[in-house]
Design a binder for this molecule. Structure first.
Ligand code: 4AD
Ligand code: MG
Length: 433
């Protein structure tokens, strides 16, 4: 008899009443007297195989009973539509082969501590909630590219190894580059700014690195950031782009990841309310509101995580805080002509306690002012020659922003800690696996 064709579980509906094989990993096995059930996952879906004692050889019957969780198997049978089955189909098993036994699989269906799970991240990835979260991440990544592609942006891949400091001197990973110091990119921004006169609307999307000594639910040392940059856009237009972008990502997740969001028990009502326009608070107004709530904050201070959370509590959607004091922000932000103590920038704060997901600004396009800021911050001027050239040769108003992928996906999925929304998280105390 020829072997049954291997099909992906997601395509089983095209094979009802045919005999097919699935290749995958065993999620669990149950046997009740003369009937047994094996649930197999192949990465595209899950399907339950029904084993009937009297219809099967002793070998097959015995093999099913003894299969450890996460063993690799080939399960062959007739496809039946069954709405009560996980995935909507089941296989009436005719043949079953264990291709590789997984004895003593470390992750068992019980509560494990998070350190144990992170130590076994390479296996934890297979678990249902982890799969759901990472699938939402992948959908959001695709939506990011679609959004910018549909709007005529050109994707620019920016370097990871850099000679100039992108954000702050304090959080750099430094490495030796043939005898001179190099830094892992904190941002691709300076490079997308350079690409603006070539393509007008550009974006980069890649891993960025911050040696942040913070062990919070919102910090990774390696995270993914998408950074658009638009020539001739001012700060107001920049915020409108952010709004449209965030609405697009949320809508896409609601539309295409409803199953995953349900698995994650995400209440989608707050996501349905994410519609433009988002409320905007001037930094000064934000400080007033916080002081009225009893927060210990002075004009000039940066906002801390509890401040951000408090500010979003009065609204049902993300909130912009704009025009922060110069001293709280990076060197490249444009001075506010109406109040030179401040810069033309914004942070977008996500609701439900997730805090800042975007940092954006109009860029300083005046050569002298930019140079003065670089000196003020004590940054090595010689490393910025090329960046200053952008202000020497055809300077132009421009704006852009960076959205942190993991924070955004944590908010959309309603997960507490962003480390679950990246396949292999890098944290202060974690480089493995
Ligand atoms: O506000 P940040 O530092 O902005 C920039 O890097 C600008 N160069 C962006 C730009 O204008 N092109 O970072 C942007 C976003 C934050 O809002 C946050 O979502 C995320 O990046 N982020 C982090 N995510 C996880 N872990 C960390 N340690 C993060 N630091 C920033
Ligand atoms: Mg920021």
């Amino acid at each position: 008899m020829p072997e049954a064709p291997v099909v992906e579980i997601r395509n089983l509906s095209e094979h009802v009443d045919e005999t097919v094989s699935v290749l995958g990993w065993v999620e669990h096995v149950r046997t009740h007297g003369k009937v047994g059930f094996v649930v197999v996952r192949d990465g595209t879906g899950i399907v339950q195989g029904v084993f009937v004692r009297k219809a099967l050889s002793d070998d097959v019957w015995q093999a099913h009973e003894e299969t450890p969780q996460e063993s690799t198997v080939r399960m062959t049978g007739r496809v039946k539509a069954d709405p009560r089955s996980p995935g909507g189909h089941e296989l009436q098993v005719e043949d079953y082969r264990v291709l590789s036994r997984a004895d003593d699989y470390p992750i068992q269906p019980k509560e494990h501590g998070v350190d144990f799970l992170l130590d076994h991240r390479h296996l934890w990835l297979r678990s249902k909630l982890q799969r759901a979260g990472l699938r939402v991440r992948a959908e959001v990544e695709q939506a990011i590219h679609d959004f910018f592609y549909e709007r005529g942006f050109v994707r620019i891949d920016t370097p990871i190894l850099t000679g100039s400091i992108g954000e702050h001197a304090g959080t750099l990973f430094e490495t030796d580059y043939f005898g001179r110091p190099a830094f892992l990119a904190q941002t691709g921004q300076l490079y997308v700014e350079a690409a603006c006169p070539a393509f007008r609307k550009v974006y980069c999307f890649g891993p960025t690195f911050r040696a942040e000594k913070s062990k919070t639910r919102r910090h990774l040392t390696e995270f993914w950031m998408v950074e658009p940059e638009v020539a001739f856009a001012d700060s107001d237009e920049n915020m409108r782009l952010q709004e449209a972008f965030v609405c697009y990502l949320v809508e896409r997740a609601l539309e295409r990841c409803s199953e995953e969001l349900e698995m994650l028990e995400r209440d989608t009502a707050p996501l349905e309310r994410v519609k433009a326009p988002f409320p905007r608070l001037d930094y000064g107004e934000a400080v007033e509101r916080l002081r009225a709530r009893g927060h210990d904050i002075e004009w000039g201070d940066d906002l801390g995580a509890p401040d951000e959370v408090a500010l979003t509590e009065d609204f049902d959607r993300p909130v912009f805080v704009y025009n922060y004091p110069k001293q709280a922000k990076a060197f490249y932000m444009k001075e506010n002509p109406d109040d030179p103590r401040t810069v033309l920038c914004d942070d977008l704060l996500a609701p439900e306690g997730y805090g800042e997901i975007i940092g954006g600004s109009q860029r300083e396009d005046d050569l002298d002012k930019l140079l003065a800021r670089i000196r003020e911050e004590g940054l090595p001027e010689e490393a910025y020659g090329w960046y200053l050239d952008l202000r020497r040769y055809g300077t132009f108003p421009h704006s852009g922003f960076g959205l942190g992928l993991e924070r955004t996906v944590a908010w959309i999925t309603g997960r507490h800690h962003i480390r679950e929304l990246i396949p292999f998280p890098r944290l202060m105390n974690r480089l493995d696996p």
